[in-house]
Write a protein that binds this ligand. Structure first.
Ligand code: THU
Length: 129
């Protein structure tokens, strides 16, 4: 049986709006306080305006006041399960790189620490004069 976070991501995947790529993604982010926030990819006819599931989940979390996260589960139909894209790695890293990311697909799952996926993200400290 799937854990609660993986279940939430799998349920969200069904709502992904991916009429152009056909590649549906569901994401579920667990905050340090236990709350779960979900997201799906939302594509656009102007392709470059597409939002990935991971960034939609992060936006939902921040909207509700969550900024510290333990885990992110991403569900897609990719085999092997695919890691978040570079843009999402950078955006997730804004809130810290301690979280564990798990990618789940029909052939199983893989997991990483965010810090291993993006070891040297651009950060607030880089903006210091
Ligand atoms: N996509 C995600 O939502 N998350 C990922 O980790 C990789 C890519 C979406 C963007 C686009 O809607 C579709 O998958 C194909 O790239």
């Amino acid at each position: 049986m799937k854990d609660r976070l993986a279940q939430a991501a799998a349920e969200a995947q069904a709502n992904a709006y991916a009429p152009y790529s056909g590649y549906k993604v569901g994401a579920a982010l667990q905050a340090e306080d236990g709350r779960i926030f979900i997201g799906v990819n939302v594509e656009n006819a102007s392709y470059g305006l597409t939002n990935c599931a991971e960034r939609v989940a992060l936006g939902a979390a921040v909207t509700s006041g969550a900024r510290r996260f333990d885990r992110l589960v991403v569900v897609s139909d990719a085999s092997p399960p695919s890691a978040p894209c570079g843009a999402c790695r950078q955006v997730l890293a804004e809130m810290g790189t301690d979280m564990v990311i798990e990618a789940v697909g029909p052939s199983g799952s893989r997991s990483w620490k965010l810090t291993d996926l993006i070891p040297d993200p651009f950060g607030a400290e880089d903006l210091a004069p």
